[in-house]
Design a protein around this ligand. Structure first.
Ligand SMILES: Nc1ncnc2c1ncn2[C@@H]1O[C@H](COP(=O)(O)OP(=O)(O)O)[C@@H](O)[C@H]1O
Ligand SMILES: [Mg+2]
Length: 282
């Protein structure tokens, strides 16, 4: 399946995102990314793996132009992202229409009085006709199976429901680049599987999907290429899902799987465990 998706990459063109020698620290003190360089190509599906605090969310916010590098440069669509670039309203509007970040914490993303308003917001901003706004809003609510929540207040919803509303509001915008921050966390099994199918479909239509995750079980389905971040905020490996997932030493070193002792009657041995997903013994 991954080979099929690979054909969608367009490596003849310029990368969609170019990250060159980027370091980022919060308040000039807390290092979150250390000298990271990477490219993301149009139509690629990339998984960003790393344990808690490795810098995944920070990277996605840099790609989304919410933060700017302390050192180095992030380019998107051939333009360096900076405060000055976003002062160009044409660029800012175009960028926000094409790129959607689904935050790890949906709370910071939701601001409307009702779920309907939240999901209708982007198509309204695009200046679409009323019928088109209604159609897109209904379609997005229905895709996420949250039509019944349409009159509810987003901030009163459960974590998983909030995440679905956040995804539906991006879906109604119809971006070509998705930045997803641990999107399966707190979703029920049906929604998780919808999300994985959705990422596959987005890849099939040539859209770009960058997913930060610690859920190794979904990686083969959601990515053509995997980037691995270490606990000291460096990009330490890059490869196909099968190559990365087979590299047990790397996954152990980066705290993406852990080894622990089990005591069974008359027997003591060690197992490797993924942090999430299916916890099968090997
Ligand atoms: N708003 C913030 N202020 C200070 N430090 C932060 C902030 N957000 C994240 N960090 C720190 O930056 C590092 C990277 O965080 P983050 O990008 O959220 O990692 P991940 O998403 O991989 O868990 C961590 O050490 C984290 O504690
Ligand atoms: Mg994070």
């Amino acid at each position: 399946m991954n080979d099929n998706h690979n054909r969608n990459h367009n490596r003849d063109s310029r990368p969609l995102f170019e990250v060159r020698g980027v370091s980022y620290s919060y308040g000039g003190r807390v290092l979150a990314l250390d000298n990271v360089s990477l490219n993301i190509w149009p139509g690629e599906r990339v998984a960003i793996l790393g344990s808690n605090g490795s810098g995944k969310s920070t990277l996605l916010k840099l790609l989304d132009g919410l933060y700017f590098p302390s050192q180095g440069e992030v380019c998107a669509f051939g333009r360096p992202l900076s405060e000055a670039t976003f002062e160009d309203e044409g660029f800012a509007f175009d960028f926000r229409r094409r790129v959607s970040l689904i935050f790890q914490d949906a709370d910071v993303q939701l601001f409307s009085p009702t779920v309907w308003d939240e999901v209708a917001f982007a198509p309204l901003q695009l200046g679409l006709a009323r019928d088109e706004v209604t159609a897109r809003t209904q379609a997005a609510l229905s895709a996420l199976d949250i039509t019944r929540l349409r009159e509810r207040t987003p901030y009163q919803l459960s974590g998983g429901e909030k995440r679905k509303v956040a995804i539906a509001s991006a879906l109604s915008l119809g971006p070509e680049v998705w930045l997803m921050d641990e999107p399966t966390t707190s979703l029920d099994p049906r929604s998780q599987s919808w999300l994985v199918d959705f990422i596959i479909q987005e890849g099939e239509v040539g859209h770009t999907v960058v997913t930060a995750t610690q859920d190794l079980s979904i990686v083969p389905d959601i990515a053509d290429r995997v980037l691995v971040f270490s606990e000291d905020h460096r990009l330490v490996a890059e490869g196909t899902p099968s190559a990365i997932l087979a590299d047990r030493d790397l996954l152990l070193r980066c705290n993406l799987i852990h080894e622990h002792r089990h005591r069974h009657p008359g027997l003591e041995h060690t197992h490797l465990h993924a942090h999430s997903g299916d916890h099968a013994h090997e």
